[in-house]
Ligand binder design. Sequence first.
Ligand SMILES: Nc1ncnc2c1ncn2[C@@H]1O[C@H](COP(=O)(O)OP(=O)(O)OP(=O)(O)O)[C@@H](O)[C@H]1O
Length: 784
Amino acid sequence: MPPPIVGSKKRIRQSADSKPAVKRAKTNNGHKVTLDELGWKEVPMPDRLDDVEGFYGLDEIDGVDVEIDGSGKVEYKVSTLAKGGNKKEEEEVVDGEDEWGGIESDEDSGKEVISKKAQKAKKKEPAKSGKQQKKDKKLKSEDNELGGSFALLSDEDEDGKIPSCPHYPSNQKELIICRIVFLPAWDSLNLSLPTLRALSKLSFNTPTPIQSSAIPEIGAGHDLIGKASTGSGKTLAFGIPILEYYLSRPCKSSKTKEEEEEKLPMALILSPTRELAHQLHAHLKALTAYAPDMSIVLVTGGLSLQKQLRKLTERGGADVIVATPGRLWEVVSEGQGWIAKLRSGLKFLVVDEADRLLQEGHFKEVEEVMNLIGRRDAGSEGESGSEGDADEDEYSKRNSVKRKSQERAIERQTLVFSATFHKGLQQKLAGRGGKKGLGGDLMGQRESMEYLLKKLKFKDKAPKFIDANPVGQLAERLREGIIECGAMEKDLYLYYLLLRYPSKTLIFTNSITSVKRLSPLLANLSLPAHPLHSKMIQKARLRSLERFSSPTSPHSILIATDVAARGLDIQNVDLIIHYHLPHTADTYVHRSGRTARGADARGVSILLCSPDEVIGVRRLVAKVHDPESLSTARYAMRSFDADRRLVTRLKRRVELAKKVADCQVEKAKKGHEDEWLRVAAEDLGVEYDSDGFTGGGGGGAAAGKRGKGRKKRREAAAAATKAEVASWKAELAGLLKEKVNAGFSTKYLTAGNVNLAQALVNSEGMSASFLGLEERRVVDEVGG
Ligand SMILES: Nc1ncnc2c1ncn2[C@@H]1O[C@H](COP(=O)(O)OP(=O)(O)OP(=O)(O)O)[C@@H](O)[C@H]1O
């Protein structure tokens, strides 16, 4: 007879909340006993466990502490009353202590204590063998590594050995405990142990809505289009089914040598930017921490191609490839049978940030990659072009993959995810171009489906469409504001915001030129900002991101083009500043989505709006915020009235910093600028070479004037003498040493944090000048 399963169906509570329960249990004058001496009670079985192999019952016990000392020795401590059933403890449970107390560090004794509710597991046999008792004692705490949830779990299999197979196939006991005790919210998704362990380690106790909806559909083999707001966990919505599929395959140890040679990539994940690809890679690595044999390889530009090719073949080959389309194209162009491998092996093709990947410059590369890998439908050989065939033949000869893979006849699922689906996309791909500015609407469900069905080679006639946030794409706890200012005042207002509301801030501009200009400007104002744009070398890009993301720099600033708008998941970003009005509504959504990510996170997005951007801003408000939903008082974009007295006091600082920065930039350019701008404009698509964005159809003349102004400034900067620059620097240094009185007796701009979200909600003072309308009216006028 198989050994019985032990566990409990009670809900758990995180250890942070559990101190009182643990403390009380410890003061119960408990005494140490063996497991069999405890007063176990049988628990009626839920129906859902009927079909679990080897499982036939649960017992539970209250009023027991488990203590584990440093050497892993386990002791059970029980109050006298708890032995054989404990009425008093049960009453306490009813009074609100009905959840597990988790593991607490017992500071006095140096031991870990699992509270009474944690230890409810026991074998059903009346007496245990010595071996079994020994095994029970081996239950060890993984508190340090796994955040406390897996105290009852061990790495041993039923024979007390560490399983050689990373999939832990025989460890049903742990699996059941994981599912119903530690991560009950994930239970219905039927996940395997390594996945659950990773989720616990990440403290992801509950699936997000897109995860709950998408995982079963993907697991059932469907193609899927998933739309959910920024920061809502889309990566794991496809990452978990990929891991589950991997785990469902036979263990490596059971494969023959010949089969191991054949390892083919089972999933290809396409990302529009290198940074996002790096992040996806890291995210999936964390998810697959308990499937250590799973090889996930990053294939992005900016890093050594040879090194990446080597990684693709290390450890018997890649299981998952996370790639940007351009570098993937380079890889498949290298020969070495990659076309055949992808074509034969891929079970999943994931298109992350789909609307961006299928947009503009990217689509050609994606389309080429898709044509190459073709589609292998069940039972067929898939499509083949002449190039691919030649490649496949060569590869097949070497590894006899073709024959085997045909036998396997893998049916590939296509999974498409984004927070937005953009209407202008269709026009662009049809070769008609799109309007500049906010010409691109966000697509509805039907349009998105029609479009994607045309462009992607889905397996299913009707892929599943899941829209986890049908009302909006923006995170629920995002607060949005607009500051109206003159085009030439943007630097001033930017400085005001950064100084007044010190926080982790991401500034978006529409041009590389602006990133290059604003970085020294802010540095001169003692606010060093890390730059990020697509013309930086990859290492510098990653370094900027790393420094900005560092938890030890809570007020760090990143100044970036839209290369950082998509997908980047940086913890604790508080504030997004749109220095320029974004070109499209979906870019606004994605930029703003770099804050307020995750379940409880909050964040603020502020758009600096110059008079020539007003039309564009009005369009944006109408597109991003459904007028219907605004009538239900949902917070939308609000005119934010900066304290203009303070702004005025900061003016001289910004003037000086600008002059010095202009000289620095001019010096750095050394006459190469024209060529550089031409190349950048050609290469970058959205990253225009314009210092000021002309948004929404207005501003042509204004932009022209600014162009002249800029030219003058540059000429003046080029002509500035060393002595002049030195005197500006000295004056600025003096001003920066002074505190700026905020107009209240105790508040100084250089001191501490002010709650920007609250300031936005309370925004008062001077009314909006040229936007000239309350938020409701803006929407009524444009969208109504
Ligand atoms: N179930 C979960 N519980 C708690 N946090 C989660 C969960 N799933 C994912 N997260 C975290 O939420 C954050 C956002 O996840 P992710 O990057 O996948 O969002 P996204 O929907 O892809 O966002 P975007 O549209 O901006 O790319 C990440 O830090 C991730 O680790």
